[in-house]
Design a protein around this ligand. Sequence first.
Ligand code: G6P
Length: 644
Amino acid sequence: MCGIIGFVGKKSASPILLEGLRRLEYRGYDSAGVALLHEGSLLVRKKKGKINDGLARLLKSEPVKGSLGIGHTRWATHGAPSDKNSHPHLDQSGKISVVHNGVIENYDSIKQKLLNNGHVFKSDTDTEILAHLIGEYYEKRRTKNGWGEHPREPKASDGSGLSGASPHQTNGNGENPLTLAVCDALREVIGTYGLAVICAEQPNTIVTARRGSPLIIGIGNGENFIASDANAIVAHTKKVVYLNDYDVATITPERFDVLNLGTDTANVQISKLEFDAEDAQRGKHAHFMLKEIYEQPQTIANAVRGRLDFEGATARFGGLNMSIAELRGIERIVIAASGTSWHAALVGEYLIEELAQIPVEVEFAHEFCYRHAPLERDTVLLVLSQSGETADTLAALREAKRRGHRTLAIVNVVGSTIARESDGGIYMHAGPEVAVASTKAFTCTLLCTALLALNLGRVRDLSAADGKRLIAALGRIPDQIRQVLAERERIRQVAVKYMQRSSAFFIGRTHAYPVALEGAQKLKEISYRHAEAYQTSELKHGPLALISPDVPTVAIVPNDELLDRNIGALHEIAARSGPLYVVTHPGVQVPDGAAAVIVVPKNEPELDPILLTIPLQLLAYHASVALGHDVDKPRNLAKSVTVE
Ligand code: G6P
């Protein structure tokens, strides 16, 4: 969703901010803006619409100077997308500028208080209220009078690596008034925020804070950065600090100081980013989504690398943080996830139940938080999340922890909040996924879930022969994916012919049902066509009524023990003249007259979903291209949904 970038140093900030915002575009946004400090004045440029058509043009006609600035891509929550609602927002005095991700829940009561104090607002946003609140506290802190008794000051942790100077000595009287004003305001705020604040009177300082919305500090040489997403700054530095909830950081070109509003000292750790700026470039591909589809042979190989124990016929992980005895003690697993990751969870349910014989339940992350379902003591919550920042999934994780359960996570983004807050987990190593529609992260989640199921199975009753069977099968996947990708042109032709119809069904059973759900979701997300997935066995209980020459069905038909029944269902569709697009395995006889048959190499049943998914990704991609849509940035959707 919304994105934040900030820079303080000696270079011109404007191009750094603009480039950073471009690298945040993939998260989804409806407007963008920057604020720079130049010769004691704040210069704000902001515009509704895409960066190229809006902000970039504006910056060309009305350039801004300065080597300190903050920028934002906005995804509307309070107030419609418009120039005036775009960030940055100014306070009443015009001296303070704020960008904010998240939602201020008590903004109404704060607004009322500020209105009573004579404040005038220019936008409909909760962020502007926050800017004014910070401004009001700043005046009090600056003048030192009128404040009364100070609340307890949080203690700071000096993350600069410099010894000596306390972060509280920047204004000569023991405190930086901007930092203190931000702390004052945040103590009053209920809600979530990733925040960056600059002030015309603090020429070298950005104050940033997080609660529930990710923020990192990028450490440079004589310059520092902040961002809500490492993609925005990885071209400049790989040394980062992930802020924790309630951290407030004061950043200057030479140092950064972090304090925590909740605890006595902030926990500051410097990490290294594991990817390059080029990894998040499109390269020769027309779209990020296509690039990411084509990366899958490699990403799957990366996810497996170093994790196979051939002798023990099992998988091993560095970060599960559980002993064999603890793994054996798991009585039940609840998997919580959202969106595409929820589909992966459904595959995970099959795999863990089959291989490890542990009962598994899959929950939508947001439902898990509110259902208050009873959980046995030895239930583990497993969360799946590409971004590691999805608010609903994070809330499920926290809820399980609150209830005293162990939590595990399968996450792609290293250092993300879910990765840091879970007790243990597995990284996907899929590299940055930029297209909103998830592809390589989905297949890597399936892969990691299969590895986990193998590990859990082998500490229980799964035979070594089964372990070896799966290990051998894992080695075949990358080449088999390449074979599917070679079918791209045929899949494109089907997409052009059938997937532009206004509606489509996707059907599958057992392991293939989540694949059908994922195929339908991909088509919906980027082609804006109605698509619905059903268990093949449910067809005759309703959906068959809609089958007609205008409604194509994409049938996922693996060569498994249900093959005859699935073929029976295809005949029922063909008898009603429904166009059939069948994704199946070699040797399967599909009914005559099927519009298209895509044959995918057969692997083992546990890993077949990975291969069966890939034609559906290509189908959705080519349908979207044929319809002329923005494949990578579909309307109304965000890559990472960081508000509940
Ligand atoms: C958003 C994205 C989806 C994604 C879902 C969960 O809705 O648009 O593509 O599947 O979030 O994301 P996560 O990062 O938790 O896997």
